[in-house]
Design a protein around this ligand. Structure first.
Ligand code: GLC
Length: 534
């Protein structure tokens, strides 16, 4: 009789909220899967692929904005926050998705956009028709221009997407009039959060979706919303997208915390709901303020996504992210990519090395305490598509930069599901909304699913181990000494994670290798690889 190995003890998650250590999967809905053959992904597509997501082993979805939108910024320009755009299947598709995801024990979180609306939101339409100084204009940030005829913008702020952050309107009598603020595209006017109607409406939106069963929200530009008194000029005009510059007056003004406290009060009425803020704030103390007990539950920390593939940089990013949340007792978050930044395979050098490094970094992030966010397609090892033809580019950055910056479309190309030619089962239409590279034939879900050495299989095995093994327990990590170009840390539960960013194989510490991103040989971990020892 042979011994039956004991089943791995399940990690007891009942003592802490589900989201503190959850694996979230970010769906960029236009690019995930198309159910109605129009070449654009939709919520029906997500529902049809829930079996795949269950197999992957994720705990929760984060769905990028699907509310009614003219799509000037891929849905981050919301015209009605309490309805689903017909492009994505309307509200019935959302209800069905929530119900079926819950049947499979997958939570559903939505992306909400509190900083701005679409310029086609009824409030903004009314504001344009109304007079300066009116109640309708007060929901947004309208100001007179500078200079004798008001022809200069009210201050020197640039839009994140290029050009000025102000657009001048034509008044009802046909004369050039006030300017309105839009930190992003002109189609995304910033709301005035000092107007009580704005906060009240947002609370209504939160309740609307929570009552329909969503499990929480990702809050877009959660360090925005509050603007400094008098809207002072920027000392240093910052035009690069998504950098942490703590002196930037457009973001991270102290009044934003009062807004988060109001939001939290609503979420607290729904005890299992989570809020996750997009917070581009560099200073650790100021970052930590967003995740105090009465503000956001979680905040994205982008340091790992910004770190180059060297052990020293990765270690510094980890230490920093842990230090940022430790003083307030919040859970750290880890993310390697999202719909705004180049895919990790490409950032780490592309080609086989890029894939090897991305696989290794996934194992590092999954070994860390806290919540993990996977961007759709990372599990397939997709690279960025940096040679999209100019005529297909949709990101407003392309136009607003005067065609000098291509923007973020390269990380938003649809997922390849099956078959040998584009659109690889993503849609039954002849083409997808962004074209897919023919070389992706070897990266489809179909081609990776049964392949033990594939990136998809590595993701599945890693997520599964992390979910069931007690060695992943404990809120801390302890660094081990390691050779140059390497790092090693241990979780209190017993897991040891080793990363080799050097150019040569390294000897592994003693222990059983339970998973490795590249096969160790003679006790040596290859370059560009990571391993878990238990
Ligand atoms: C956030 C989103 C980004 C969007 C911007 C404006 O940074 O992640 O995609 O363009 O906000 O809403």
């Amino acid at each position: 009789m042979t011994d039956t190995p004991a089943a791995p003890a399940s990690v007891d998650r009942t003592t802490e909220p589900w989201w503190r250590s959850a694996v979230f999967y970010q769906v960029y809905p236009r690019s995930f899967a198309d159910s109605d053959s129009d070449g654009v992904g939709d919520l029906g597509g997500v529902r049809e692929r829930l079996g795949y997501l269950e197999l992957l082993g994720i705990d929760a979805l984060w769905i990028c904005p699907v509310m009614r939108s003219p799509m000037a910024d891929g849905g981050y320009d919301v015209a009605d926050p309490r309805d689903i755009d017909p492009l994505f299947g309307g509200i019935a598709a959302m209800d069905e998705l929530i119900a079926e995801a819950h049947d499979r024990h997958i939570k559903v979180t939505m992306d909400l956009v509190p900083n701005h609306t679409s310029s086609r939101h009824p409030w903004f339409v009314a504001a344009l028709a109304a007079a300066p100084g009116s109640r309708d204009r007060d929901r947004y940030i309208f100001r007179a221009g500078r200079g004798p005829s008001g022809a200069q913008p009210p201050n020197n702020w640039p839009s994140i997407f290029g050009g000025p952050a102000w657009t001048r309107v034509t008044e009802a009598d046909g004369t050039p009039g006030e300017w309105y603020l839009h930190i992003f595209a002109a189609e995304q006017p910033d709301l005035n959060w000092e107007n009580p109607e704005v906060a009240a409406d947002f609370e209504q939106t939160l309740r609307f979706w929570l009552d329909r069963g969503v499990d929480g929200f990702r809050l877009d530009v959660a360090h925005g919303m509050a603007k400094p008194d008098g809207l002072p000029d920027m000392a240093r005009v910052q035009t690069t997208m998504l950098v942490n510059d703590d002196s930037d007056p457009r973001f991270n003004n102290p009044e934003v915390h009062e807004i988060h406290r109001r939001i939290r009060k609503v979420l607290d009425e729904y005890p299992n709901a989570v809020s996750i803020g997009e917070v581009w704030v560099d200073d650790n103390i100021r970052f930590g303020e967003y995740v105090r007990a009465d503000e956001l539950h979680l905040a994205f920390n982008f340091r790992l996504a910004q770190a180059a593939f060297t052990a020293a940089t990765v270690r510094a990013a980890i230490d920093n992210s842990l230090a940022a949340v430790a003083p307030v007792g919040a859970s750290p978050t880890w993310t390697l990519s999202n719909h705004d930044i180049a895919r990790e395979v490409t950032r780490y050098g592309g080609g086989l090395d890029g894939v090897a490094r991305a696989r290794a970094m996934f194992m590092v992030e999954l070994a860390l305490p806290g919540a993990v966010f996977i961007y759709n397609g990372s599990e397939l090892g997709l690279p960025n598509v940096d040679d999209l033809p100019e005529e297909v580019l949709r990101d407003p950055v392309w136009e607003r930069s005067g065609h000098t910056e291509r923007g973020r479309d390269g990380c938003r190309v649809p997922l390849p599901w099956e078959g040998a030619t584009p659109p690889f089962g993503f849609t039954a239409a002849a083409t997808s909304w962004l074209p897919m590279p023919p070389e992706w034939a070897g990266l489809t879900v179909e081609s990776q699913l049964e392949e033990l050495g594939s990136t998809l299989s590595l993701y599945r095995m890693a997520i599964q181990l992390r979910g069931v093994r007690p060695e992943f327990a404990g809120p801390r990590i302890e660094w081990y000494g390691s050779p140059a170009g390497c790092l090693a840390f241990r979780r209190p539960g017993g897991l040891v994670c080793v990363l080799n960013t050097s150019a040569v194989p390294i000897s592994l510490p003693p222990g059983e290798v339970s998973l490795a991103s590249a096969r160790p040989e003679n006790g040596q971990l290859p370059a560009n690889a990571a391993a878990w020892l238990i």
